[in-house]
Design a binder for this molecule. Structure first.
Ligand code: SF4
Ligand code: SF4
Length: 139
């Protein structure tokens, strides 16, 4: 049996495709487990979904091939939230608000704050609380 993997993806929808039941088909027809972190799907506007998909490499590939037939573009880089090193003062304020430990103290001596993108669920809490606008969202 093929091993399952989890991939974080961003799907960008053109104006006309937002109401298509894409997630439903990913689950039902392509055997994928889908975990949506963030979505902006408004009729008559461009939209996006930030999600994890879990399944075999083949099922994920076939699911993404299906998605592309709707003229949806896929971003595999998972760069939804970023930490701007130049702006960050390492004040640590965001750490208590980050629910997953994606923002953490990397060095206990210097109290340097670091960002582990793989742990980020894009809740956007850090963006709201950072006094220096060091955390930002691509959307
Ligand atoms: S709150 Fe902003 S400036 Fe402070 S450590 Fe977090 S990202 Fe850096
Ligand atoms: S978006 Fe949420 S999970 Fe990601 S780093 Fe910011 S507070 Fe943590």
């Amino acid at each position: 049996m093929s091993q399952t993997v989890t991939k974080k993806l961003m799907l960008f929808f053109p104006k006309c495709e937002c109401e298509k039941p894409i997630i439903y088909h990913l689950v039902k027809d392509h055997n994928l487990i889908v975990n949506v972190f963030r979505a902006k799907v408004t009729p008559e506007e461009e939209g996006y979904l930030v999600l994890d998909v879990t399944g075999t490499e083949d099922d994920i590939q076939q699911g993404m091939d299906f998605v592309k037939t709707f003229n949806v573009s896929i971003n595999y880089t998972s760069k939804g939230v970023t930490l701007d090193e130049a702006r960050c003062t390492h004040c640590g304020h965001c750490i208590t608000h980050c629910p997953t430990g994606a923002l953490y103290i990397a060095d206990s001596a210097t109290r340097e704050v670091a960002f582990n993108e793989a742990k980020c669920i894009e809740c956007l809490a850090c963006i709201r609380v950072c006094p220096f606008a060091a955390c930002a969202s691509a959307f």
